[in-house]
Design a protein around this ligand. Structure first.
Ligand code: GLA
Length: 392
């Protein structure tokens, strides 16, 4: 997979910028979140893992202060060109704003580029699938900058924070830290149990003896993600403010279920109350799920995944009818231990744990039902849990 990605991005570089003399190639993965959804900006826990698909960058320094970007995936977008010193006012709302934002964020932290570069990008994460192609693009850009410009003091965790900072402040998407952290810190066959309140994390081996992770893409075209996402954040902030009248807390993730239930009437708006309920319960579910995985109790892990979906559907309202069909059909199958929508929501993918011998059955059963109810096909991916970024 990696060698194919490398070849494609090098070919793209040659096509856009002439030749590949002296070009270096880097990779950063996408991610899937197993449980702990919409908890990362509420000071809660998340449990994502890096995937073995992601974003490839072929990069070469230039002699002047120009940055040029080309995408193998979107050739019709052509080459985007910008001067390093003009980045602040060079937002266009197009794809190249992601790598541009990362350069801008490096510069803002005092990591100044002495010269510009040419960069070609190729991604094998399906577009709009909610598997963090943007975080992978941010992390691979940061990783390449560190390598090319000798910013050796920048750690992989810093790459995650810089990616999030640029997405928040250059791209206007108020995302939490989960996606960039999973991409920058990924470890093969492990998920990352991260407390976003303290940033303390541990790796937990994902041992699914006789089972597979199946990722199912709704293939829904969605556009409201950013505005709805930012609205959820505002609702949680309001709920936190209300709860602070009684509790000395900085984030909803600090509340136990008992504390939430005792204090919830302080949250006057019923919508904000439901959002907070999800944030508090989902955080506790995530802690329990990781314990279950450590205990080898995949059945319990799966049940918590199902509860997570119900909560995202009913209380947080970031699911969508398409993902509900996928999850609810999956729950009917005996070979499925758990299934839920993953990522920001309003489309994207579900993640399911399925017994090996039932995977084909899963695809054969759910595929046609989905097509009949939705009118177009879902896609099924069997992906591995991969490492963080690297040079190829
Ligand atoms: C998006 C954001 C993450 C996280 C998830 C929901 O992927 O980028 O920070 O909030 O949604 O869990």
């Amino acid at each position: 997979m990696a060698s194919e990605g490398k070849e494609k991005v090098l070919a793209g570089f040659a096509e856009s910028f002439g030749d590949t003399e002296g070009v270096r190639v880097f990779f950063a993965p996408g991610r899937v979140n197993l449980i702990g959804e919409h908890t990362d900006y509420n000071g809660g826990h998340v449990f994502p893992c890096a995937l073995d698909i992601g974003c490839y960058a072929a990069v070469r320094k230039r002699e002047d202060r120009t940055l040029r970007f080309a995408s193998v995936n979107i050739p019709r977008a052509g080459i985007t060109e910008v001067e390093i010193d003009d980045l602040d006012s060079a937002r266009t709302g197009k794809w190249a704003d992601y790598p541009k934002g990362v350069v801008w964020a490096f510069e803002g932290r005092g990591f100044k580029l002495d010269r510009g570069f040419d960069m070609a990008i190729y991604g094998d994460i399906p577009n709009g699938a909610g598997l963090s192609s943007s975080a992978a693009l941010e992390v691979v850009t940061g990783y390449a900058l560190r390598a090319l410009y000798g910013f050796d003091q920048v750690t992989n965790q810093d790459l995650a924070f810089i990616g999030q900072y640029s997405e928040n402040n250059y791209n206007g998407m108020n995302c939490g830290i989960m996606d960039q952290f999973a991409s920058a810190m990924g470890k093969e066959n492990n998920a990352i149990f991260l407390d976003t309140n303290t940033m303390v994390f541990e790796y937990a081996p994902v041992k699914l003896d006789g089972m597979k992770l199946v990722i199912t893409n709704t293939n829904k075209k969605h556009s409201l993600v950013d505005s709805e996402y930012n609205a959820r954040r505002a609702q949680c902030a309001q709920a936190l403010k209300d709860m602070q009248a009684r509790y000395d807390i900085k984030a909803l993730g600090e509340l136990s279920i008992e504390e939430f239930e005792e204090g919830k009437d302080l949250i006057t708006d019923p919508v904000c109350r439901r959002r907070a309920k999800h944030a508090v319960y989902e955080n506790q579910r995530t802690i329990q799920a990781v314990q279950a995985l450590k205990d080898g109790d995949i059945e319990k892990f799966g049940k918590l995944m199902n509860q997570s979906h119900v909560s995202l559907r009913d209380d947080y309202e970031t699911s969508c009818p398409e993902a509900d069909i996928l999850a609810e059909e999956a729950w009917k199958l005996p070979g499925v231990l758990g299934s839920r929508i993953t990522g920001g929501g309003f489309g994207g993918c579900t993640v399911s744990i399925v017994k090996n011998e039932e995977v084909q059955e899963f695809i054969d059963r759910i595929g046609p039902v989905y097509r009949e109810k939705v009118g177009y096909d879902a896609s099924f991916y069997l992906l591995g849990i991969g490492n963080g970024p690297c040079e190829l």
